[in-house]
Ligand binder design. Structure first.
Ligand SMILES: NC(=O)C1=CN([C@@H]2O[C@H](COP(=O)(O)OP(=O)(O)OC[C@H]3O[C@@H](n4cnc5c(N)ncnc54)[C@H](OP(=O)(O)O)[C@@H]3O)[C@@H](O)[C@H]2O)C=CC1
Ligand SMILES: O=C1O[C@H](COP(=O)(O)O)[C@@H](O)[C@H](O)[C@H]1O
Length: 484
């Protein structure tokens, strides 16, 4: 099957850091279909050879195991081409159309890795030159819009020029092997299903902690913040994977239908619940791996008086029969104490204890997403022979390490997602209604913050966020995983 992959934004940060390394890995693994052509598009005046040299030099900063040998790069480079285009100019799309139509590949993937402000224009222009036929797939990066209204406007444009099944909205968390294992855990095993409900589960915690700050993306991030950057998409997708009903089959729409229902069932916000259950923070100067680091407001591209949040912790509920009354906590932030994404399922304690147990002890399933990838099941056990009249139990855990079991060379998120787009598989992409529902749910919080003079709470870089996040969960009688 021949394909053309047009990479709008071919000289940008995402293309260098994520997409090219992922395409090379697919090439190395022999999974990139034969007969492919990758056409990078940007405004610089470059020849194919100059573009290939640029890409080759960028591979020097890729970890050694993922770096091509000269021979591998020479073969990979033969797929790379460059087309100079200004995406705001109609006439430039004619040249693209000529290049693509002359070849007539079986499928054409348009990966729009440029500023979000160009998304709708690119899609309209593609259609205007007749490149929106059934063999075209358009990949759109996040963020798709800034709020519900702008997201709906983008989706309206997309609907006018493309069919929903031609649109691949990326959420790269769905491409992570650890997140796919979450679906495998729930829907490939019968063991947990009877326990996966309000009667047995006390609360669920989703943490996506980042150790890094905003790096070189300060100007972008300052307009975005953690709610739009991480909660509206990645964190809510994880919540859907945990909370959804088993889909009727593994088709994209069956999975998306169930995720949509979870989003529609999220407890609506009131001013009172936002005030009590949503904590926003911003990192102040602190430490990163023993070295002092500046606060967020001192980062390049960030306004010195910025009120953008770099941390969010919140409590919500899924209002349906399975989950009514079970708190779901979400927490994400930059410059936290470690890079650690995991989900904790805290089961209820035994109803009638006959053993002495550590305070607050109960079964717990920890789903490690990154950097560890695996499962930990925490159980109670009696250790060495006991002579007390009242036997005491301690906590032990079964530990399943997927990196050890399957190796760390598993297909990475962008590699998997790119291969899926080329093959036309939509399962790991987000449908417009899901995305709109997620925006609808975060919207009242964004509005509330606009009028909240208090601003985000400072937290020292290298900590676990503002103390108010611990106080919020403590009001329910629980604590975050690192305090357990
Ligand atoms: N970088 C990241 O880690 C992530 C990025 N994203 C999203 O990916 C997208 C790209 O981000 P990123 O790579 O960081 O952005 P960059 O600013 O680094 O790159 C933008 C790219 O678009 C090109 N471009 C901009 N304007 C035009 C134009 N008018 N005509 C032709 N090309 C143009 C630029 O080339 P030139 O200006 O030379 O023409 C460049 O290649 C954004 O939507 C971002 O939100 C999402 C998740 C993570
Ligand atoms: O989408 C984004 O994700 C990254 C975190 O991704 P990860 O795969 O490294 O966990 C985040 O740093 C970035 O701000 C956000 O735009």
């Amino acid at each position: 099957m021949s394909f053309d992959l047009v990479l709008f934004g071919g000289t940008g940060d995402l293309a260098w850091r994520k997409l090219m390394p992922a395409l090379f890995q697919a090439f190395r693994h022999g999974t990139l279909p034969e007969g492919g052509r990758i056409i990078a598009v940007a405004r610089d005046d470059l020849s194919d050879e100059q573009y290939r040299s640029l890409i080759q030099s960028r591979f020097d900063s890729v970890e050694l195991a993922k770096r091509p040998t000269p021979d591998e790069f020479a073969r990979f480079a033969a797929l790379l081409h460059y087309l100079r285009m200004d995406l705001s100019k109609t006439q430039d799309y004619e040249r693209l159309a000529e290049a693509l139509k002359a070849r007539g590949a079986d499928s054409v993937v348009m990966y729009v890795a440029t500023a979000p402000s160009l998304f709708t224009n690119v899609c309209e222009q593609i259609a205007a030159v007749g490149l929106n036929g059934p063999n075209t797939r358009v990949v759109l990066e996040k963020p798709l819009g800034h709020d519900l209204q702008s997201n709906q406007a983008i989706n309206d444009t997309l609907r006018r020029v493309l069919k929903e099944e031609q649109v691949f909205r990326i959420d790269h968390y769905l491409g992570k092997p650890s997140v796919q294992n979450l679906f495998a855990l729930r829907f490939g095993n019968a063991l947990f299903e009877p326990l996966w409900r309000r009667e047995t589960i006390a609360n669920i915690q989703i943490t996506i902690a980042e150790e890094l700050g905003v790096e070189s993306r300060g100007a972008f991030y300052d307009q975005t913040g953690a709610m739009r950057d991480m909660v509206q998409n990645h964190a809510l997708q994880l919540l859907c994977a945990i909370g959804m009903e088993p889909p009727i089959n593994s088709s994209a729409n069956a999975i998306r239908d169930e995720k949509l229902k979870v989003l529609q069932s999220l407890k609506p916000w009131t001013l009172e619940t936002i005030g009590q259950h949503v904590i926003r923070g911003q990192y102040a100067a602190g430490n990163h791996q023993g070295q002092p680091v500046p606060g967020y407001a001192q980062e390049k591209g960030v306004a010195p008086n910025s009120t953008t949040e770099t941390f969010v912790a919140l409590r919500t509920e899924i209002s349906n029969w399975r989950w009514a009354g079970v708190p779901f906590y979400i927490r994400t932030g930059k410059r936290l104490a470690g890079r650690d994404a995991h989900i904790v399922i805290n089961f209820r304690p035994v109803p009638h204890p006959i053993f002495k147990t550590p305070a607050g002890a109960a079964n717990r399933l920890v789903i490690n997403l990154q950097p560890k990838d695996g499962l930990e099941l925490h159980l109670m056990a009696q250790g060495a022979a006991q002579h007390q009249t009242e036997p005491a139990l301690s906590q032990v855990h079964l530990n399943l390490d997927f990196d050890q079991r399957f190796g760390t060379e598993r297909v990475g998120a962008y590699e998997r997602l790119l291969l899926d787009v080329i093959a036309g598989r939509l399962n790991l992409f987000v449908r417009s209604d899901e995305q709109e529902e997620a925006w609808r749910w975060v919207e009242p919080i964004l509005q509330y913050w606009k009028n909240d003079p208090a601003g985000p709470r400072p937290y020292p870089a290298g900590s676990w966020g503002p103390r108010a996040a611990s106080a919020m969960i403590a009001r329910d009688g629980y604590c975050w995983s690192e305090e357990m």
